[in-house]
Design a protein around this ligand. Structure first.
Ligand code: AVI
Length: 322
């Protein structure tokens, strides 16, 4: 079953957000959530198995090892809502541990239709778990899941893979605060967070020698070409990954190799770019373990338990709505 937002509303939002980012005075930006169309989702799957990018493997190791313990913390019955599923592969460990205790419903929420389809293919075979997918923005989907829950049913929200790192820090607090407002006291949030590590290791993870991350980044321009009838010439842009020490984040940019003009015909705008000017496409913030409990508290959650991966520093935190 798929709950869907109207196609035109989704397309209008994409056009409005892309135009706002590209016409902003100063640094041009594109929202990182639009990296994940069908091609982008497939490229992200490839990134997640690159030797240089340990983040997904760390997330999976923690969930595989601790899923029964995580589930044991939860009051049952529980409905699981996941914000952004990717392939859904790492969620299997949690759902299988849950299914062993009680039949439950799993609600993946995704703006990417292809990721939702991938997730259904990946997880559709788990007996005792029924899947109800939501195509749309995270908070809108979560509000729908919360509105449909039965009396006495607990909600577990999964926000894995350190997607929280793709929010600016104040926006991360605001976002988790909005999640909290949709929940009831005692509901849970399992938050995956990538931790700080040496800059050289981070740069290698976000600028891999095969160029998969570069293709992932450039595909955003290809997507704008496809969806907004734009004429970005991809060979005139280079992937750039750099560490921002003040923000403790890795930034991805697309650097224009020459002065150029680009039209987004379906949006009715034309841009000019200077040589070496960049379009900022993503930030990936890294956290210290102590930051996570502070972030949780500021958003209205207490921390019930944390699990750490030491091979690729990464944390899984079970937060409870206070
Ligand atoms: C999804 N997100 C947590 C990834 C990250 O590491 O920030 C996206 C990504 N960008 C480049 N490589 C992977």
């Amino acid at each position: 079953m798929l709950q869907q937002s109207p196609r035109t509303a989704t397309g209008n939002r994409l056009a409005a957000e892309i135009c706002a980012g590209l016409t902003r005075p100063g640094q041009k930006e594109l929202p990182s959530k639009y990296l994940y169309d069908e091609v982008g989702s497939a490229l992200f799957e490839a990134i997640s198995v690159l030797p240089e990018y340990g983040l997904t493997r760390a997330d999976v190791r923690l969930l595989r090892t601790h899923a029964p313990e995580i589930i044991a913390h939860l009051p049952l019955p529980v409905t699981v809502a996941e914000l952004g599923t990717g392939s859904g592969r790492k969620t299997r460990w949690l759902l299988e541990a849950l299914a062993r205790r009680r039949p439950s419903c799993y609600c993946p929420i995704e703006i990417s239709r292809s990721a939702l389809a991938m997730c259904r293919r990946e997880l559709g075979d788990i007996d005792e778990i029924s899947i109800v997918g939501y195509e749309g923005e995270y908070l809108e989907g979560l509000a729908q899941v919360a509105a449909r829950r039965r009396d006495g049913e607990h909600l577990l929200v999964l926000f894995l893979g350190s997607t929280i790192g793709n929010f600016e820090r104040p926006a991360a607090v605001k976002f988790l605060g909005e999640v909290r407002r949709i929940l009831r006291t005692g509901d849970s949030l399992l938050l995956g967070t990538d931790l700080e590590k040496p800059v050289a290791q981070l740069l290698a993870a976000y600028d891999d020698p095969l160029g998969i991350t570069a293709a992932f980044n450039l595909n955003l321009l290809a997507r704008v070409n496809r969806e907004l009838d734009a004429d970005f010439e991809l060979t005139r842009f280079r992937h750039l990954a750099r560490y921002n020490p003040a923000a403790r984040s890795i930034e991805m940019h697309l650097r224009s190799t020459c002065a150029q003009r680009v039209s987004l015909r379906a949006a009715g705008i034309t841009l000019t770019l200077r040589e070496d000017e960049t379009i900022w496409t993503e930030s990936s913030h890294k956290y210290a373990p102590g930051d996570i409990t502070g972030l949780a508290a500021a958003a209205g959650f207490g921390c019930a338990a944390q699990w750490f991966d030491h091979e690729w520093p990464f944390a899984e935190s079970l937060l409870i709505a206070a």
